[in-house]
Design a protein around this ligand. Structure first.
Ligand code: BDR
Ligand code: CA
Length: 313
């Protein structure tokens, strides 16, 4: 049976590649809708970018919903330094043919979950968790209808990428992250510990650039741009391809290794705000609330991505 998913994202080149990977995998994944949130760039751009990606993928039937324009308590912090002013630098930006759906993303998430009572829907957040937390707060009964959450966010071994101790998606809206991590739902976490292993090396991007269809060409263009910031920052060959790890886990979980752990989100300290405090060794005698992924077969991941991008032809 196809896995029913809602992708909640802030595209972002790596979110865009996650969308392509999911749309290229329609035998396994049934995308019920794409919801956009403010994050890498403001909401007007993330929702437009999600629609551009649908256009490039030739996906006329997908619905895109705009959600929250700012975090729950904090001011919005964006990442144009990483993603460029458009959020999708590396491809041509235009006003997409695909129109935005009028329904607010939070209401779409709630209504879709309420209409499905068999706990079959997986949420896949690849941006700040504002939309998901707001849906839980507005309609707590949806907790009974969610199968699991597979999200990108947080860091333990790798340290932070927006502050010394916090990762971007969690630090942008730590209060939303607290609501989600405290929800009691099964949560799979793709943190920087995993995503820093899947680098967009020149060799891997060159393979993608040889695939002759619009989605693969757009992926190669975006990844060439995306590599420049992290290569300079970390001295890596390429950038960590964060967000597609979520979709890859749904498609090929055997590529990953993880461990059930308790994770708390820091919301009280200015110094370590947004830190994911992972009780990896069970020191606090805590009950696990997530599966913390720590290892990935990076070559296997790129084989999957590259092969799936051929499906657009
Ligand atoms: C996360 O932050 C964003 O910049 C990326 O899209 C990814 O979701 C990585 O920290
Ligand atoms: Ca993202």
């Amino acid at each position: 049976m196809r896995e029913k998913i809602i992708i909640d994202c802030d595209p972002g080149q790596d979110d865009a590649v996650a969308l392509f990977l999911a749309m290229a995998s329609s035998d396994e994944l049934d995308i019920l809708g794409i919801t956009a949130v403010a994050g890498n760039v403001p909401l007007e751009l993330t929702q437009r970018n999600a629609r551009i990606i649908c256009d490039i993928a030739g996906n006329k039937d997908m619905s895109v919903y705009a959600g929250c324009s700012r975090p729950m308590l904090l001011n919005l912090v964006t990442a144009e330094n990483v993603h460029g002013m458009s959020g999708l630098d590396g491809i041509d930006i235009y006003e997409p043919v695909k129109k935005i759906d009028e329904t607010h993303a939070v209401d779409f998430i709630i209504e879709t979950l309420k209409a499905s009572t068999d706990k079959s829907i997986t949420l896949v957040p690849t941006g700040p968790l504002t939309n998901i937390a707001m849906a839980i707060i507005k309609e707590p009964s949806i907790l009974n209808n969610i199968k699991q959450i597979v999200l990108m966010g947080g860091a333990m071994r790798e340290g932070g990428n927006l502050s010394p101790s916090a990762e971007f998606n969690i630090l942008v809206d730590p209060h939303a992250a607290h609501v989600v991590f405290d929800s009691g739902l099964p949560i799979i976490v793709m943190s920087l510990d995993v995503t820093h292993q899947v680098l967009t090396t020149k060799e891997r991007v060159a393979k993608i650039s040889k695939i002759n269809n619009p989605a693969a060409q757009a992926t190669a263009g975006m990844l060439q741009f995306f590599a420049r910031y992290d290569s300079a920052k970390y001295g890596f060959d390429g950038a960590p391809l964060h967000d597609p790890c979520t979709i890859a886990w749904l498609l090929e979980p055997d590529l990953f290794q993880g461990k059930p752990c308790h994770v708390s989100i820091e919301t009280g300290s200015n110094l370590t705000m947004g830190h994911t405090a992972v009780d990896f060794w069970g020191i606090g005698n805590t009950k696990p609330n997530v599966t913390w992924m720590h290892t990935i077969d990076a070559d296997g991941f790129y084989t999957l991505l590259t092969e799936r991008l051929r499906n657009f032809a």
